[in-house]
Design a protein around this ligand. Structure first.
Ligand code: SF4
Length: 462
């Protein structure tokens, strides 16, 4: 059982509760925050420490006392025991509310983020729809699809065996020299021009750890001055220099960043993080427990693919960007979107375009070309259903089916649906040819095709 995943109450119900305050991205009373931070810490220990879980079963009181948790087991029980009965305590409702607030925030970012470029915006929306189909629900709902990510190094020093994006060894850092900072600002301005304020949701790592770069904080401050937002940090190096991490958390909070994340690779790290940082310091920091004692499966992507049991490995990507992925040392940019990892895309993201640039003007031309996509299906395009979909003819229509789900297309909306499906699946006819082949009015055929295009059903027109 995931201790922070509410089983009983929705955010709407929790918001009606007079004992609940908004916490996420809000100021809260010190007493409220302090109590919540300790309960959050209990959840992290429960999730990340198998021995702690076993001891809680046998001797909850002694285990909580030993761990310095100042609450009774009954007060916490619904957080760790799915069989708990009776109304949840105030503390439990507060933990649930914090979790629900974060879920709602991610959901609103995914659904409401709008990019300035209409073509790129429509493209991002298609990727969201495709991911909702191709990825497990929990995986796709956790992906916000920010429009950019920036690597400030070549490779990563951490070397996790399960790295979902197959980070190579660290070989180069992009330091904040005057020339690099100048280029950095110019790159950000180009991304702002195309994405608008949504660019502020980008982050400064990918197959890199941000804390490898000694100038990371400087780049974050520059990012804030151009985009108006301070980038969210995820690091596996929180313990490398605790004072530096502590200062970064303060800086991030001071600039209004809603949350940061520590990746926890071993149980020892989890205990050390709890020792080095107070519960309150970590109230807005998510601990992503990846250690072997932790509950929950790792993502089956990248380096983990060959080492995980396909039966229990539930998620299929850790990639979350639908947009521009930069590597600054290489002056390289790619247009990427998340997908289930596969032999073709082992790192859990598709690459839709790739280029290098030597200056911001050149970058601008590339990004504009990638972004100026039609929002409607062109007459000369050749639609063909996605590779993961199989067409099953049905009375008056057809069904598109993948391994686990499907969707029906009926003649109710368009009388020639069955024939249209069969023609599309041949993958040889342009939109114009399809309109001419069908008995229905071309405008009707175009509309039916356009709906399928928006739903991200066509392989090369994603
Ligand atoms: S998972 Fe993150 S910290 Fe670990 S190797 Fe990959 S990029 Fe580095």
């Amino acid at each position: 059982m995931d201790p922070e995943r509410p089983a009983v109450l929705t955010l709407a119900e929790l918001r009606q509760d007079p004992e609940i305050q908004p916490v996420f991205m809000s100021e809260q009373e010190p007493e409220y925050a302090g109590e919540l931070a300790v309960a959050k810490r209990f959840c992290e220990r429960w999730r990340g420490d198998a021995d702690f879980r076993a001891r809680m079963e046998k001797d909850p009181r002694g285990t909580l006392e030993q761990a310095g948790v100042p609450f009774g087991a009954d007060e916490l029980r619904p957080l760790y025991d799915a069989q708990a009965v009776g109304p949840p305590s105030r503390l439990v409702r507060r933990v649930w509310a914090l979790h629900q607030e974060k879920v709602a925030w991610r959901e609103s970012l995914r659904q409401q983020m709008e990019l300035t470029s209409p073509g790129l915006n429509a493209w991002r929306r298609r990727q969201i729809r495709r991911c909702a189909w191709q990825l497990a629900t929990g995986n796709s709902e956790a992906i916000v699809h920010p429009p950019a990510a920036f690597e400030l190094a070549r490779g990563c020093s951490v070397g996790c065996w399960f790295c979902g994006v197959s980070a190579p060894k660290l070989t180069d850092l992009w330091l904040a020299t005057p020339e690099n900072r100048q280029l950095w600002r110019e790159v950000l301005e180009v991304v702002m021009e195309i994405c608008g304020p949504a660019a502020g949701h980008a982050f400064l790592y990918w197959a890199t750890d941000p804390m490898d770069n000694p100038d990371y904080e400087q780049f974050c401050v520059d990012f804030h001055s151009v985009t108006g937002q301070f980038p969210q940090t995820t690091t596996a190096l929180a313990l490398k220099n605790v004072e530096r991490t502590r200062a970064l958390l303060k800086l991030s909070q001071q600039y209004g960043s809603p949350l940061d994340r520590f990746s926890v690779l071993t149980l020892r790290q989890l205990l050390q993080i709890h020792e080095q940082f107070t519960p309150l310091e970590l109230l807005r920091v998510e601990l992503v427990t990846q250690n072997k004692e932790s509950l929950g499966a790792r993502s089956a992507a990248g380096k983990a693919l060959s080492r995980l049991d396909p039966e229990t490995a539930h998620a299929t990507t850790i990639a979350c960007v639908s947009g521009f992925l930069f590597n600054l040392p290489d002056r390289r940019v790619r247009l990427v979107s998340p997908c289930p990892s596969s032999p073709r895309w082992p790192d859990g993201y598709r690459v839709h375009g790739e280029a290098t640039f030597s200056h911001a003007g050149q970058l601008r031309e590339v990004l504009l070309e990638w972004s100026n996509r039609p929002t409607r299906l062109g007459l000369q395009e050749v639609p063909c259903f996605r590779e993961d979909l199989r067409l099953v003819p049905r009375e008056g229509g057809f069904r598109l089916q993948d391994k686990s789900r499907g969707v029906d297309f009926h003649s109710r909306g368009y009388a020639g649906m069955q024939q249209l499906g069969e023609l599309i699946s041949e993958g040889i006819y342009t939109v114009e040819q399809l309109c001419l082949k069908m008995e229905q009015e071309p405008a009707e055929t175009l509309l039916a095709l356009q709906e399928m295009y928006i739903a991200a059903l066509f392989e090369d027109l994603l």
